[in-house]
Design a protein around this ligand. Structure first.
Ligand code: NAD
Length: 420
């Protein structure tokens, strides 16, 4: 497959949405260009006394709806264009979710596995200090993304609080439970995905009970999606991770499988009721009702889309379906719940965490979970209705509807503010 520039892809999606909504070129340009992108140099003193220089970015795409919000990614291949594209997608995700946030994203070009813990701490503190003038509780609120976690968020929050001389818990989300984080944040993405799959199953099959599910990727998003779909009465027949997958027609117990993965490093060592082992790509083509890609991007392509048998695909991962593949799936009548809806549970609970930090931690876990559930149900219904009532479902997919709603809300905010 030809190399894709994510920023070009993001602009193409925006162009299509702007055209669908009959908006002008000026609005396209306003939304295609991020409001601000900064590049910072991050010199890190290594444990052996040498100095290594890393490069980081923060892209602030649009703030019409509120402060920028989006994660920080540590990855050896991260590029500036990728960070810009991800920040634009965050604008749409936050807008669609009905949150008072714009979109932002950060990245540092580093392989964190090559650093010791103290080197990682120095890198994290230096990166956050370098961007400390453009982030803030009401300005830009980062969160975890690929290879960043609650510990990294703690270093960010602590460094910012040192520099700004205060206690700024709300400057990042995804913090540990003892520092203003919520347990609900941990389950949020997978739980949210499970809710959207259940809502879609009600429309397509009349309910999720007894429906078969395959989950690709068994990390945070995949495991919780499997666990909650199982609790909702669905039958999780197959799961996989980077080592391979397992299949049981009678259904797997997601918690049991997770326990084995934690102990052995992979789901492939789980044996109870397993009828066969399956390959990494095979899981996508199983004869199941619901497919949850929860691993990496671009796994459903024009090459395998024709062989997909699931009736519903809920995108827990970001960008698992290529545009060419989605055209094929749309023609086949497969319902794809787009990533900006299906995996929005994470940022929805990040918003609750941020709000909770500002009111002294008054929101309980039960309340947070209930709010997440209500919001996922409402947001699913809004996209479903737009798709079915305003668009031609044989030509357009749910993603088009989600983008239309998201872009419209941002455009309205820009109009009200007098930006356009
Ligand atoms: P994770 O690191 O916890 O888990 C990733 C899982 O995918 C692991 O089990 C890994 O073994 C597996 N994997 C990797 N390559 C694979 C392959 N080729 N085939 C099958 N499995 C493979 O990551 P996560 O947080 O669960 O994120 C997964 C996806 O969900 C990513 O696309 C991420 O951007 C998206 N997402 C996560 C969150 C969140 O809050 N965790 C929020 C929004 C989106």
């Amino acid at each position: 497959m030809a190399h894709r520039d994510p920023y070009e892809e993001a602009k193409k999606q925006l162009r299509q949405t702007v055209d669908l909504l009959g908006l002008g070129d000026d609005i396209y340009v306003m939304l295609a260009v991020p409001e601000r992108i900064i590049q910072v140099k991050i010199p890190v003193k290594m444990d052996d006394g040498s100095v290594k220089v890393f490069i980081g970015w923060r892209s602030q795409h649009n703030s019409a709806l509120g402060p920028y919000k989006g994660g920080v990614r540590y990855h050896p291949d991260v590029t500036m264009n990728e960070v810009i594209a991800l920040s634009m997608w965050m604008t749409w995700k936050n807008s669609l979710a009905g949150l008072p946030y714009g979109g932002g994203k950060g990245g540092v070009r580093v392989d964190p596995h090559m650093l010791s813990k103290s080197e990682l701490e120095r890198l994290s503190r230096a990166y956050f200090e370098a961007i400390s003038d453009i982030v803030g509780v009401d300005q830009d609120i980062p969160a975890p993304d690929v290879y960043t976690d609650p510990q990294v968020m703690t270093w960010f929050f602590d460094q910012y609080s040192r520099v700004k001389r205060g206690q700024y818990f709300g400057v990042v989300t995804g913090k540990p439970l003892d520092l203003g984080g919520l347990y609900t944040r941990i389950i949020s993405t997978g739980y949210g995905t499970a809710i959207t799959a259940r809502e879609a199953a009600k429309k397509v099959f009349g309910g999720v009970e007894g429906r078969t599910v395959a989950v690709q990727g068994y990390g945070n998003a995949g495991y919780y999606a499997a666990k909650f779909l199982h609790e909702m009465g669905a039958k999780v027949v197959a799961v996989s991770d980077s080592r391979g997958g397992i299949y049981s027609s009678k259904g797997l117990d997601p918690d049991d499988v997770k326990a084995v993965k934690n102990k052995t490093g992979s789901v492939i060592y789980y044996e109870k009721g397993v009828e066969k082992k399956i390959g990494i790509d095979e899981i996508l083509e199983l004869d199941v009702d619901i497919l949850i890609p929860a691993a990496i991007e671009n796994v459903i392509t024009e090459e395998n889309a024709d062989r997909i048998k699931a009736k519903i695909i809920a995108e827990a991962a970001n960008g698992p379906t290529t545009p060419e593949a989605e055209d094929i799936l749309t023609r086949k009548g497969i319902v794809v719940i787009p990533d900006i809806l299906a995996n929005s549970g994470g940022v929805i609970v990040s918003h609750i965490e941020w709000a909770n930090n500002r009111i002294g931690g008054l929101i309980t876990e039960e309340e947070a979970k209930q709010r997440l559930e209500n919001k996922m149900i409402t947001n699913f219904a809004r996209v479903w209705d737009y798709w079915n009532k305003k668009l031609d479902t044989s030509k357009h997919n749910m993603r088009t509807a989600a983008y239309a709603i998201a872009v419209e809300r941002v455009v309205n905010a820009m109009k009200l503010r007098g930006w356009i």
